[in-house]
Design a protein around this ligand. Structure first.
Ligand code: CP
Length: 319
């Protein structure tokens, strides 16, 4: 693996999942792999889980993680090629990224979309500019369109719950209401990874006009009828996203789309997943989050092992 920004960077998802589960069983088994290595973690946006789990993962491998809150503490970066920098940006990524490439061995970046311009966001300009100019492996901590560490974690968690079950699970991605227009990243990424994994019957359910980019969803069954989607589901992955076609809008915020224990009766005793943070009683009800079907804490705790498997793979590539 050269970089980790998409499922397409991973040759064998199952093998990465097994690597993560091996770290979960024995977190310090490669505690010297990252000795004398530095992992730079640039945040252009807020985070709790991604930041802490990736720092712990680096520490478990003996590497030093250095966090830089670019949005609060750094110079305002310019990403456009040939920009005339007479506005608010102070430093071009062409100048900043090569320096980070000298300071660090691996560069991890969180950079959310603007939700103003679909073409700009879906070009993944920011993370691609860091890949182009840093000269070192780049790990996405969530980019404009994808959240691969979260999706790897989600596959790890489903693999763990399934155990030795041979049956193909039914996995449902279910849109949920929200008060803000949110990116499509988690839903895009979950779709991309579940499709690439190829081990589930995958159904996506959302209200009309919330279609995601087909390059991520192709292969899934898509329905606007949530009840139909939930029937016999083994996993229900709940997430809000704003519209993709008429970009970044909230068209429908019907509270009827919030999952309840009553709706869960149609499932095969499904486990409920969410990447967190979650707006309680808007996206997901207390009764679900505090009930036996929720595996959101197990899922979030697995973020450490996902990050550790990815960092270990990239560190081995540098040996
Ligand atoms: N799921 C997730 O990425 O959480 P944070 O935004 O807290 O990192």
């Amino acid at each position: 693996m050269k970089n980790f920004v998409s499922a397409a960077d991973v040759a064998d998802i199952d093998s990465l999942v097994q690597s993560a589960l091996a770290y979960k069983a024995d977190p310090l088994k490669d505690k010297l792999l990252g000795a004398n290595k530095r992992v730079g973690m640039l945040f252009l946006n807020p985070s709790m889980r991604t930041r802490l789990s990736t720092q712990i993962a680096a520490q478990n491998l003996g590497a030093e993680a250095i966090v830089f809150n670019v949005d609060k503490e750094g110079w305002a970066l310019e990403f456009e090629e040939e920009a005339i920098m007479s506005g608010n940006t102070v430093e071009h990524v062409k100048d900043a990224a090569p320096i980070m490439g000298k300071y660090f061995d691996i560069l991890c970046i969180r950079t959310f979309p603007s939700l103003q311009n679909k073409e700009d966001d879906y070009s993944e300009l920011y993370i691609n500019q860091f890949i182009k100019y840093s000269g070192i492996p780049v790990v996405s901590l969530e980019s404009a369109t994808l959240h691969p560490l979260q999706s790897l974690t989600d596959i790890i968690t489903m693999t763990e719950v399934l155990g030795k079950t041979a049956r193909k699970p039914k996995v449902v991605l279910s849109w949920a209401p929200h008060v803000k227009a949110l990116p499509q990243c988690v839903a895009n990424s979950f779709s991309q990874w579940v499709n690439a994994w190829g081990k589930a019957d995958f159904v996506i359910t959302h209200p009309e006009d919330y279609e995601l980019d087909t390059k991520f969803t192709r292969g899934a069954t898509i329905t606007h009828t949530q009840d139909e989607a939930l029937k016999d589901a083994d996993f229900v992955y709940v997430k809000n996203w704003s519209t993709y076609t008429d970009y970044g809008k909230i068209y429908n915020n019907d509270p009827e789309w919030m999952l309840t224990n009553e709706k869960m009766k149609a499932t095969n005793n499904a486990k409920v997943m969410h990447c967190l943070p979650v707006r309680r009683n808007v996206e997901l009800s207390d009764e679900i989050l505090d009930g036996a079907s929720s595996i959101v804490t197990q899922e979030a705790s697995n973020r450490v092992w996902a990050a550790q498997a990815v960092l270990a793979d990239l560190l081995r590539g540098k040996k």
